[in-house]
Ligand binder design. Structure first.
Ligand code: FES
Length: 113
């Protein structure tokens, strides 16, 4: 039985630290825009779909707002998300969360799954 090869989303060094990178990935069969967020050697990922009104969070393609207290802020109506679990901590969808995408870092590459 062959092991499927891992899907590379980005090189780790393509992300600033800390920083965001917008990529496309096939998630559950659909091509989706995915936010990668790097913090040191760790990368977390969420769909670029705000739980408030389904809009992308970036104000221009791949350009994300980060508040002074370290939250990702949706450019549409200002919902703020903490960057561990993607939970909305203030704004119109407080209590909701971004949809997490499983990723891992291996050999300097950010892999899906
Ligand atoms: S769509 Fe993100 S706050 Fe409204």
């Amino acid at each position: 039985m062959s092991v499927p090869s891992a899907v590379e989303l980005a090189r780790l060094d393509a992300l600033s630290d800390p920083g965001f990178l917008l990529v496309e990935a096939v998630v559950e069969g659909d091509a989706e825009p995915v936010i990668l967020y790097r913090e040191g050697a760790q990368v977390r990922a969420w769909l670029n779909v705000c739980p408030h009104a389904g809009r992308p969070l970036d104000w221009a393609p791949g350009q994300f707002l980060k508040s002074r207290d370290g939250h990702l802020v949706c450019a549409a109506h200002g919902a703020a998300f903490e960057l561990q679990g993607g939970n909305c901590v203030s704004g119109p969808c407080k209590g909701d969360a971004l949809r997490a995408v499983p990723v891992r870092v291996e050999d300097g590459r950010v892999l899906l799954g």
